[in-house]
Ligand binder design. Sequence first.
Ligand SMILES: NC(=O)c1ccc[n+]([C@@H]2O[C@H](COP(=O)([O-])OP(=O)(O)OC[C@H]3O[C@@H](n4cnc5c(N)ncnc54)[C@H](O)[C@@H]3O)[C@@H](O)[C@H]2O)c1
Length: 418
Amino acid sequence: MQATRHEEGPERHRVALVGTGHRGAGMWGKELLQGWRDRTEFVAICDVNEMRATAARTAIGTNAPVYTDVDEMLASVKPEIVIVCSRDDTHDEIIVKALEAGCRVITEKPMTTTPEKCRRILEAEARTGRPVDVTFNYRFAPTAARIKQLLREEAVGTVTSVDFHWYLDTQHGADYFRRWHAKEAHSGSLFVHKATHHFDLLNWYLESVPREVSAFGTQRNYGRNGPFRGERCQTCSHARDCDFYFDMSKDPWLTMLYEDPSAEDGYVRDACVYREDIDIADTMTAMLRFENEVIVSYSLNTFMPIEGYHLAFNGTKGRIEVRQYERQAFETPDHDEILLMRNFGGVERIRVPHAGGGHFGGDDRLRDMLLRPGMTDPLGQRAGALAGAMSMLCGAAAVASMKSGRPVRLAELGGLPA
Ligand SMILES: NC(=O)c1ccc[n+]([C@@H]2O[C@H](COP(=O)([O-])OP(=O)(O)OC[C@H]3O[C@@H](n4cnc5c(N)ncnc54)[C@H](O)[C@@H]3O)[C@@H](O)[C@H]2O)c1
């Protein structure tokens, strides 16, 4: 789906970071400056919360000026690249402004949260001729790349169906219910915020896009399901009894980025996972029918004892299966094993070692692809705005189906320019 693109441009990119929470200050801040200093110069650090931006600037290790207003930042420093790491529902406005100012944009996933916002971004990209990259880092994980190769080689013939089940553990899953992600207006729900990764992987693996989605979603553990509730863990009278009690004071990074700056906007990192106004599902399934007739069974669970996924491609000549464990209490191997099973034949066990760094090395490969010169892209791992839109629209269709109780076609959402 994605054409090969080679990164060219100046030796050191003039980068503005917008959104300085954990992702911005970490992956796209401190780590970027540590590993890609020869390619990156920060020219602005921008966040609506000045205290967080200032704390992040120190943590990142730059003297770049701090801004709280994107317009002012764009006009003052004229960055070459704007990296967007703000809350999901704010991405579109920042992306469009940056494109209009002539910048190249690297945006965190999900690209945005509604079909209307998707269309706005795609129209701005076409109008300005400036590119948007969406950071689908899971495409760059070693196991994903190996599976993509096998599918390209038609190792199991023509793929007819896919089983894809993703599990978030009680730590990672709960984190989404402590913060803005728990409100559909901010995250688009986990069908958008989280599943955008998974729908993007499907679109990329299958080199097609879904025509139609049928979905169910329920809230069974967080929100109103809690046996009690408070405002936040730090002040909660139920701290001793709550399985989800989270003592943020033990984490200096989170304390620095969130606790002190919360004085400015009240945004706390340890809000109660049982808040009654949480309006997103925590247990979801979807069925997708792709344009190339592949059918997919997908699920996302958010309070599991395991973190990882189960993925299988069923084809006319066999089956590719992988069970990936990312983090759990019991011991798991330091590698993934892809089972390549051929109809009427044997099984080939393909061992894929885990690389270091975020997403088993995927985060580093992604940053290389976006910032190092001369990178080739034989597997089409680099993702643009159209890929960002298509995976977001899968999630929007799932939410629409969940609410209406009927299958929803992506075409009816109006998320693509006419
Ligand atoms: N690819 C991945 O694996 C991955 C992992 C984590 C987060 N993310 C994405 O990164 C982004 C940031 O996540 P996070 O966990 O750091 O969130 P966060 O809430 O910790 O940080 C977001 C920051 O954006 C700021 N902000 C909100 N509106 C803004 C605006 N209009 N202009 C400027 N700043 C604004 C907030 O003040 C906050 O500091 C999200 O889009 C998230 O989906 C991606």
